[in-house]
Design a protein around this ligand. Structure first.
Ligand SMILES: NC(=O)c1ccc[n+]([C@@H]2O[C@H](COP(=O)([O-])OP(=O)(O)OC[C@H]3O[C@@H](n4cnc5c(N)ncnc54)[C@H](O)[C@@H]3O)[C@@H](O)[C@H]2O)c1
Length: 260
C-alpha cells in the first residue's frame, strides 16, 4: 500500500542528487511533492518529467521569503504539509582552519545550518494545520567526527544534529517528529564534481575498499530511510540520528587473512 497517498511533501535542494531521488521515491508512494532549489531550469524540467504530483519552486534556503513562498505554493497546490525534507547543502573546499576564508565559513553555515533552521520555522504552521507531521534534516557522517580540512562543513552538520534534537523536543507537543539522517559517501554531483576549482572531486580520492560495505551509497538508499522516518511506521521515532554509511564510521574492517 502507498504510505504517502495524498500527503504533501516539501524537499529542499530537490533539483538533482539525493533530493531528486527522494522526489521519485515519494511520488512512487503516492505523495504530492514540491521541490525547491536554486537550479531553476533543472528543477522545473525534473518536476515536469514527474507529472502533476510534482511541482518546482525557486527556493534559496537562506532566504526567509523563499521559504514562505514555497510553503504557500505547496498548500495552494496540494494542501497543508505533512513532511519537510531539509536536504539542500553545499560542500567545503578542503582547507585548514588557519588558512580558510571566514566568508566561506559563513556561506556554508548559512546554507547548511541556517537554511534548515529557516525551513523548520517556515513549515511548522502548515504542519500544525495538518495536525502534525514529520521533518527530516539531512546531516552527514561528518556530524559524528571531526574531519581535517573541512571545518565549515563539519561544524554545519554537527549544528544540524543539535538543531534536530532541539526541534524534536520543541515540536513534539504539536505531533511533529524530527529526525536527522547521517549519510556516508553518496554517489551524487556533491562528490563527483570538485567542491572548489583546482580540487579533485572527493569521489576521485575516496576508496571504500577497507570498509565493511565496499562501495558508495546510491541516492535511493538514502531515500528509503527518509521515507521510513516520515511514514507512520516511524511514529515512535523522534530526535534520533540515523547513520547510513556502509560502516564508514567504524573504520577499516579486519582483513579476512588476519581473522583466520
Ligand atoms: N553526497 C554525499 O556524499 C553526502 C554525504 C553526506 C551528506 N550529504 C548531504 O546530502 C544533502 C544532499 O546532497 P547531494 O549529495 O544530493 O548533493 P548535490 O550537490 O547533488 O545536491 C544538493 C542540491 O542542493 C542545492 N542547493 C545548494 N545550495 C542551495 C540553496 N542555497 N538553496 C536551495 N538549494 C540549494 C543544489 O543546487 C543541489 O541541487 C546535502 O545536505 C549534503 O550535505 C551528502
Amino acid at each position: 500500500m502507498a504510505r504517502f497517498e495524498d500527503k504533501t511533501v516539501l524537499i529542499s535542494g530537490g533539483a538533482g542528487g539525493q533530493g531528486a531521488a527522494h522526489l521519485r521515491a515519494y511520488i512512487e508512494e503516492g505523495a504530492n511533492v514540491v521541490i525547491g532549489d536554486i537550479r531553476d531550469e533543472d528543477g522545473a524540467a525534473l518536476a515536469a518529467r514527474c507529472g502533476p504530483r510534482a511541482h518546482y519552486v525557486h527556493l534559496d534556503v537562506t532566504k526567509e521569503e523563499d521559504w514562505a513562498a514555497a510553503v504557500t505554493a505547496a498548500e495552494e497546490r496540494y494542501g497543508p504539509l505533512d513532511v519537510l525534507v531539509n536536504n539542500a547543502g553545499i560542500p567545503s573546499p578542503a582547507v585548514l582552519i588557519e588558512d580558510g576564508d571566514p566568508a566561506t565559513w559563513r556561506e556554508i553555515l548559512d546554507v547548511n545550518l541556517t537554511g534548515q533552521y529557516l525551513g523548520i520555522r517556515a513549515v511548522v504552521p502548515s504542519l500544525r494545520r495538518n495536525g502534525g507531521g514529520a521533518i527530516v534534516n539531512i546531516a552527514s557522517m561528518a556530524a559524528d567526527v571531526g574531519i581535517a580540512y573541512l571545518s565549515p562543513y563539519v561544524a554545519s552538520k554537527w549544528g544540524v544534529r543539535g538543531l534536530s534534537q532541539t526541534a524534536a523536543l520543541e515540536l513534539a507537543r504539536y505531533g511533529i517528529r524530527v529526525n536527522a539522517v547521517h549519510p556516508g559517501v553518496v554517489r551524487t554531483p556533491f562528490i563527483t564534481e570538485p567542491a572548489a576549482p583546482n580540487e579533485p572531486p572527493v569521489g576521485d580520492t575516496f576508496s571504500p575498499d577497507a570498509l565493511a560495505v565496499k562501495r558508495l551509497a546510491e541516492p535511493d538508499e538514502i531515500s528509503r530511510i527518509i521515507l521510513y522516518l516520515t511514514s507512520a511506521d516511524a511514529d515512535f521515532v523522534t530526535g534520533a540520528d540515523f547513520v547510513i554509511d556502509g560502516g564508514l564510521l567504524l573504520g577499516p574492517v579486519v582483513p579476512a587473512e588476519k581473522a583466520a
